[in-house]
Design a protein around this ligand. Sequence first.
Ligand SMILES: [Zn+2]
Ligand SMILES: [Zn+2]
Length: 249
Amino acid sequence: MNQDVVQVQCPKCLQIGQSSNRRAARWDCPCGYSYYFRRCSACGVVSHVTSVQRRHEPWDCTWCKAANQGYTSRNDPATATLGDLAADMASHGLDFIRRQPEPVRDTQPVLIVTTNEVPGYRITQVHGDVFGLIVRARNYFSNMGAQLRTLAGGEVAGYTKLLTDSRNQARERMWREARARGANAIVAMRFDCNEIGDIMSEVAAYGTAVTVEPIQAAAARIGPAAGHVSQGRHGQAPHLTGELTDTVP
Ligand SMILES: [Zn+2]
Ligand SMILES: [Zn+2]
């Protein structure tokens, strides 16, 4: 009886639940809806029927939407189980309903730069400074012993790699903080390395988290108003958005 776990999706909330009881005739979704399983007379696939359905009350198939006659008795031939539903879904190539993907917002990662501006982009919002920090005990370096002393062309390869990793980690932590604030870029990024009391070594990455948008998109949004004297919003003074012509004295 207790075979492999089957998955079942709630047609109301789209949550996917799991059950190890393939012979269950009823399934309760954590959202509060409960379902019985009945075989659709139109498509022949097992469908969910809400538990509030009354006897003889018609129900619509989850898959083909066909209206089915109401369930009559306990020994109704339409009776099915969770396992039947899973088997039918597999044999008919039916998939769970995917949630609508989140609309892509303008906060996708763009870049981290050391300059104060991003050419081609306009800063629309400043979220403040962000940093990422990594601190390592000094003996971590000396413990690496021989590995650090392997010189390749005068370069201490192991040490270079270690410091590169430290910087990358600091940078990644800084980036995560920026993303958490809703930024999609970091400007004026810097690294800072310090020794702390000769026992620890610190690498910090810091910069200013900003939201940028391509200048093209910004211009398109201004649209037909561009090139006209527009009345400033909220009672501000009107400003010129049109071309400026230099007057030669
Ligand atoms: Zn549900
Ligand atoms: Zn059907």
